[in-house]
Design a protein around this ligand. Structure first.
Ligand code: NAD
Length: 259
């Protein structure tokens, strides 16, 4: 009888760097990883916001340090990735999560400016973060990259073409780098969240959220950031070593519901 390999489902002691970790999905991911014993680099634009979440984690008994990191700043990406690896003695997991949006029609006079603002944050930062993290990931026993895209990469809401284009780029980058880095044992996966209760959707009135979610999702509700965080964690388990190049919807069934 062939021996069945025992694969670890623990991220205990692993070092994870999360961008945009002061709010929503990023914050939930920081907490979920810390509760699993990972050592967490909480990064976001403002030092005080990153420190606040790192402080929450430490108050729960977890290990976390906050860094200011604007992902539109290529130099800061290199500096912070190096600082995180030095502080924790390595880097095992990168979660490219930071994001924001602008809603403009294609013929809006501010379209070009919004494109130039959003693309470096939503797409450029992913490749820059990955390049900065790569030397450290290459020294990890179970190197993992998870990129956060959106169901807007797969379908579209109007107007939202800049966001959709960037997020579709994230899915393409994920597939391509999964192939390029696969021989090194580095997995690269992507999550497409559907409607989630976070800062990004906070301005939508609750009634509108409820109507939309009941009409459009199979589960009939918005998702909780922790539900996305757990999907990210699954990709990062040592046992997920044969899972790469995947685009996983965490959308309550939004993309499969026809009526
Ligand atoms: P959020 O607003 O709660 O959190 C986003 C975080 O990203 C914030 O902490 C913000 O400060 C940070 N951020 C924004 N610009 C940054 C920059 N230039 N540098 C560093 N950090 C920056 O929203 P969220 O929903 O948790 O967003 C997380 C990710 O999930 C984003 O990539 C977003 O596009 C994606 N997403 C969200 C939803 C949703 O319904 N909430 C759906 C699909 C995809």
């Amino acid at each position: 009888m062939a021996f069945v390999a025992e694969l670890s489902r623990s991220v205990q002691g692993r070092v994870v760097l999360i961008t945009g970790a002061a709010s929503g999905i990023g914050r939930a991911t920081a907490h979920v990883f810390a509760r699993e014993g990972a050592r967490v680099a909480v990064t976001d634009r403002a030092q005080e916001d990153a420190d606040r979440v790192a402080g929450e984690i430490r108050a729960e008994g977890g290990e976390a340090v906050g860094w200011a990191l604007d992902v539109a700043d290529g130099q800061a990406i290199e500096t912070v990735a190096a600082a995180v690896a030095e502080r924790f003695g390595g880097l095992d997991i990168l979660v490219n999560n930071a994001g924001t949006t602008r809603v403009l029609k294609i013929d809006d006079g501010r379209y070009d400016a919004a494109w130039d603002f959003l693309l470096p944050i939503l797409l450029g930062s992913h490749q820059r973060m990955i390049r900065a993290a790569l030397p450290h990931l290459r020294r990890s026993e179970a190197p993992r990259i998870v990129n956060i895209a959106s169901t807007e990469a797969l379908g579209a809401s109007s107007p939202g073409s800049i966001y959709s284009a960037a997020k579709a780029g994230v899915t393409g980058l994920t597939r391509s780098l999964a192939v390029e880095l696969g021989r090194e044992g580095i997995t690269v996966n992507c999550i497409c969240p559907g409607p989630i209760h976070t800062g990004m959707t906070a301005a939508i009135p609750d009634d509108n959220k409820t109507i939309y979610a009941r009409r459009r999702t199979a589960l009939g509700r918005y998702g909780d950031p922790a539900e996305v965080a757990h999907a990210i964690l699954n990709f990062c388990l040592p046992a997920s070593s044969y899972v790469t190049g995947v685009t996983l919807r965490v959308d309550g069934g939004l993309m499969v519901r026809n009526a």
